[in-house]
Design a binder for this molecule. Structure first.
Ligand code: AMP
Ligand code: MN
Ligand code: MN
Ligand code: MN
Length: 285
């Protein structure tokens, strides 16, 4: 059960990845992924294409999405797995979550103009595959292209991360709503990359406790966003909070992503993989 090569977190150009859903599927299959989920940000527009490609390539598939949530004043990501991608409440919730992105992007561009980077909205748009889903990643690619920074990571560090001149606070979905949309659509909610949030121990405890209380069931343990020490730390947290464990690369692009599809270590033996409870939701090839 642990030794399935599952990759349950990655992005296509339906959100802020650069490859089409079909090309992500091909890369996953080439890397030996046996159970795959495409988890675009706040969007399920790529799900039917991803499932069709997975079936063609012989991979088992779980519908997926990564929902942006505001918790304790910070952005937290919740991955949903195994839901019905046509569920009306989920579709409406995701549409509402995406809604403010264009306004926010115009505000980001205005802030960037004040620090000497003009026309960034138009610049970012050149990289956008889905006009409903303009993201900071698209700004980062533009700012690299015009030569201001060497790579997207540097753009986040200098301009786009919280506290930097191009950061615009935004109010995303509520934790309780995101978990409910996923759960009532038949899926399982998972806390994405908990090691990435700058929470105090108290805030992190509150996140895990409230997530559980709302019906959340899993946590990413082995992800491209975690260090090896964090694999161990969040395996312990999974056990402490009686949560299932997930595994996913968070792949966005062949040159930007430091972790390729299907290339992470296996989950630690002591945790229960999230796919153990999703057997009847897995779409077989
Ligand atoms: P947004 O949803 O528009 O706030 O954009 C969030 C996305 O930005 C994340 O999903 C990542 O793909 C990307 N991102 C966030 N922080 C960084 C970073 N430090 N370096 C590179 N990409 C990042
Ligand atoms: Mn992203
Ligand atoms: Mn994320
Ligand atoms: Mn992601």
């Amino acid at each position: 059960m642990h030794l399935i090569n599952a990759d349950l977190h990655c992005h296509s150009n339906v959100s802020d990845g650069t490859l089409t859903p079909e090309a992500v599927a091909e890369r996953a299959a080439a890397n030996g992924v046996a159970l795959w989920s495409l988890t675009d940000h706040d969007e399920v527009g790529g799900q039917h294409r991803a499932h069709a490609a997975a079936a063609r390539l012989g991979m088992s598939y779980l519908p997926g999405a990564e929902i942006s949530v505001t918790f304790a004043g910070k952005t937290v990501h919740i991955v949903g797995l195994g839901f019905d991608p046509d569920d009306p409440q989920l579709l409406q919730g995701l549409a509402d979550t995406r809604n403010g992105r264009e306004r926010r992007a115009r505000d980001i561009a205005a802030e960037l103009a004040k620090v000497g980077i003009p026309d960034a909205f138009e610049g970012a748009l050149k990289f956008v595959g889905n006009p409903d889903l303009i993201s900071r990643t698209h700004f980062a690619r533009h700012i690299v292209e015009i030569g201001v920074c060497a790579d997207p990571h540097e753009v986040f560090k200098r301009y786009l991360a919280e506290g930097k001149p191009g950061f615009v606070p935004h109010s995303w979905a509520r934790l309780s709503d995101a978990v409910r949309w996923i759960t009532e659509a038949g899926g399982v909610a998972v806390i994405a990359h908990p090691g990435r949030y700058d929470f105090t121990p108290n805030e992190e405890f509150a996140l895990f406790s409230e997530f559980k209380a709302h019906g959340g069931r899993g946590v990413e343990v082995v992800t491209g966003s975690h260090t090896v020490a964090e694999y161990a730390r969040y395996a312990d947290m999974a056990i402490e909070f009686d949560l299932l464990a997930s595994r996913g690369s968070d792949f966005h692009d062949p040159s930007e992503s430091h972790t390729d599809l299907g290339s992470l270590p296996d989950l630690p033996g002591k945790v229960t993989p999230v796919w153990a409870v999703l057997q009847d939701r897995i779409l077989q090839p």
